[in-house]
Design a protein around this ligand. Structure first.
Ligand SMILES: *Cc1c(COP(=O)(O)O)cnc(C)c1O
Length: 430
């Protein structure tokens, strides 16, 4: 493989000292058409393995990937085998890192693959995970049911109770053992409770043992990299389900992790060993998705505001958990203003009267689809208590305001007035 030189046009991030925006760089960054017959778009490198020019190249590439050899200043790691690296994965990782303002990024087979691989890279038997609650059901199962079988336990704090509860939980965790990682999800699903990332970073500093600080890992799936950049607020690693907003078309499953090269080195090693990387075709689809990420996020956010305002004024609706409706004196307000650039487009609302009227609304929808997941081009509605959060005991559901009348909606890029018309006719049947 030829040495790829850093100052090549397709690696440029500035134009006459003007930093180029990610939405501009998505159209070409990290891909040299001349390495692929001039093809404007990156072809799909559907191959398991790569031919070495010489045996020495093969030796050098292995030595590099295993950390025995340092790369030259303009040198990139040679391609070896698609479990370690693949051109499609590398292009999409370079571009994801731009959105996340990260030094580097890794793409995985799913959001859960990214989360599991990151946690396995940092945790060892006897360690404690300090986690926020509520978090995504799959992550909760991993931390609460699976990792304990490997001698890793957890201490949780409530997103709702703010940094105070986080510090209380940190004290409790410290008494039990070494805290190996802090894992937070913000905004939390389904009621958009926020976790203060700066406060989590301070807690991590407080938990330093022998000069080692537990990494702050933030699940940024709900707002995505356009509307929240956790690395700028003190996170060490940001993980995402790329299945949601980044993929954005509800047609793929993938995950991402971004951060510094040093922070991601153990995660990369774990991924190469476990084989939790993304596949070539999905990487190719993600590359296409990244070109329209900002457009889609903005269209969804504009529509979500209109729909949220319609719902807030509707006589059959109680609460609308839309972030920009946070009262000025709410403790989450300054956190929202500091770490989020938008209220995003996924939120929940409560139909008066409980499950039966909520189900009637869901069953009456004509344009909006009844499905779990979020972040796609189409609007989806679901019932957290009966679906995504149905594994939770009743008292937990009540604690997190996951009431029987609660509907979660993820606004797509349809005409917002069409969505309002659909919700309006469905609410008539509540
Ligand atoms: C969907 C989701 C995940 C898991 O992602 P997959 O791609 O389904 O594995 C993790 N965290 C959050 C917040 C999610 O919404």
């Amino acid at each position: 493989m030829e040495t790829r030189v850093a100052e090549k046009k397709w690696r440029k991030r500035t134009l006459n000292n003007r930093p180029l925006k990610p939405e501009t760089l998505m159209m070409g960054y990290g891909y040299d058409p001349m390495l692929s017959e001039g093809s404007l778009k990156p072809p799909q490198f559907q191959t398991s393995t790569f031919v070495f020019k010489t045996a020495q190249d093969g030796k050098d590439f292995f030595a590099t990937i295993q950390g025995r050899r340092k790369l030259g200043p303009d040198e990139e790691p040679g391609l070896i085998y698609s479990r370690f690296n693949n051109p499609n994965l590398e292009v999409v990782e370079d571009r994801l890192a731009l959105w996340d303002e990260a030094e580097t990024a890794l793409v995985f087979a799913s959001g859960m693959a990214a989360i599991s691989t990151a946690l396995l890279a940092y945790l060892r038997p006897g360690d404690i995970i300090l986690q926020s609650r509520p978090i995504y059901g799959g992550t909760e199962t991993l931390i609460h049911s699976i990792l304990p079988e490997f001698g890793i336990s957890q201490v949780a704090f409530e997103a709702e109770l703010g940094a105070e509860d986080m510090r209380r939980a940190a004290e409790e965790a410290k008494k039990k053992g070494r805290v190996g990682a802090i894992f937070i999800e913000t905004p939390a699903n389904p009621t958009n409770a926020l976790v203060d990332i700066q406060a989590a970073r301070k807690v991590s500093e407080m938990l330093t043992v022998d000069g080692k600080r537990p990494p702050v890992i933030v699940d940024n799936t709900m707002l995505g990299p356009v509307y929240s950049t956790p690395l700028l607020h003190g996170a060490d690693i940001v993980v995402m389900s790329l299945t949601k907003y980044v993929g954005g078309h509800s047609d793929l499953i993938a995950g991402g992790a971004s951060g510094s090269k040093a922070m991601l080195a153990p995660v990369r090693r774990m991924r190469s060993t476990l084989g939790t990387m993304g596949d070539t075709h999905t990487a190719w689809l993600l590359m296409r998705s990244l070109e329209t990420l900002k457009l889609r996020m903005e269209a969804g956010a504009v529509g979500a505001r209109k729909v949220a305002e319609f719902l807030r004024d509707h006589p059959k609706i109680d609460n609308v958990w839309y972030l920009d409706f946070l009262p000025d004196d709410h403790p989450d307000r300054p956190v929202h203003e500091r770490q989020n650039n938008s209220a995003g487009s996924t939120f929940s609302f409560e139909v008066k009267g409980g499950e039966a009227p909520a189900f009637r609304v869901l069953d009456a929808l004509q344009v909006i689809k009844l499905a779990v997941s979020l972040g796609g081009t189409e609007t989806l509605a679901s019932h957290p208590a009966a679906m995504t959060h149905s594994g939770m005991p009743a008292e937990e559901l009540a604690k997190y305001s996951i009431t029987p009348g609660l509907i979660r909606i993820s606004i797509g890029i349809e005409d917002p007035d069409d969505l309002i018309a659909d919700l309006s006719q469905a609410l008539d049947k509540a």
